[in-house]
Ligand binder design. Structure first.
Ligand code: 1GP
Length: 253
């Protein structure tokens, strides 16, 4: 089993280094936009490109990833909204199980159906406990998943969900307020979750300002994901990357 990218995640966590991932939705970018995002990403020292979306209607997922890979060494990690969003050209796949919901299809059902196909892809698979947190508005992910998000102020529920995910063997926990969330996840919840798990913690959804990314990292997020805000203002790539990398985390061990 490939583990290079995951190894990088855990190593960075142990060193107290925070990471910044730019989310690219293949439905929203053309060749020129990808070129621009990659060039800004290289300049800003972006750590990862996450590629995916709740929908992905277009069929150019492979082309999108091939173009990114041809122009930089930044790892490309699939963040799939459905089992069809698998591309062998990526470096790794967030193998998401929606542990905050009670929809069996998204906990295990779709995984069973797509398992042979996913395995054959040869991708590095990263089992990820995916937790959707209420972001103040119904987002695509909450509608598509047909699952109730964890209420934004129920920190204990989030904590116990993440702990259970980790004990079930998830290698990453991803807390997501949903793409374009009105309210990003609050720091108290992030802190509560981060204190009770050892695996790297990814946080995203509705982050529009460098300060928020910085505070999320201070609270315990290891990887910050931003998509929507960057689509609207490309200069944020540099600013958020700077904020995330400026956080001196706590070294473990
Ligand atoms: C959504 O966490 C990601 O799944 C990123 O959200 O597009 O709001 O930055 P935004």
């Amino acid at each position: 089993m490939k583990q290079a990218i995951y190894h990088q995640f855990t190593e960075r966590k142990q060193l107290g280094k925070k990471s910044f991932a730019v989310l690219i939705d293949p439905d929203k970018v053309d060749t020129a936009a990808i070129e621009q995002l990659v060039s800004l990403g290289i300049d800003a020292k972006v750590d990862y490109f996450f590629v995916g979306g709740s929908l992905v209607i277009s069929s150019h997922l492979d082309e999108c990833i091939q173009q990114i890979k041809a122009s930089c060494n930044i790892p490309v990690i699939l963040f799939p909204g459905s089992p069809s969003q698998v591309s062998k050209y990526a470096d790794a796949l967030l193998y998401l199980s929606l542990i905050s919901g009670r929809n069996p299809e998204l906990l295990i059902g779709q995984h069973v159906i797509s398992a042979p196909f996913v395995k054959k892809s040869g991708l590095e698979i990263m089992p990820t406990g995916y937790m959707v947190i209420d972001g103040g508005a119904p987002t695509t992910v909450s509608y598509i998943s047909n699952a109730t998000p964890i209420p934004a102020d129920k920190n204990e529920i989030a904590m116990c969900t993440a702990m259970a995910g980790e004990m079930l063997g998830m290698k990453l926990i991803y807390m997501d307020a949903g793409s374009g969330a009105k309210r990003p996840i609050n720091e108290l919840m992030i802190e509560k979750v981060a204190k009770h798990i050892e695996v790297p913690l990814i946080v995203g959804g509705g982050i529009t300002e460098p300060e928020k990314a910085y505070l999320n990292c201070k609270a315990g997020a290891d990887v910050i994901v931003v998509g929507n805000a960057i689509e609207k203002d490309l200069s944020l790539i540099k600013e958020i990357s700077h904020a995330v990398h400026g956080v001196a985390g706590i070294k473990i061990g």
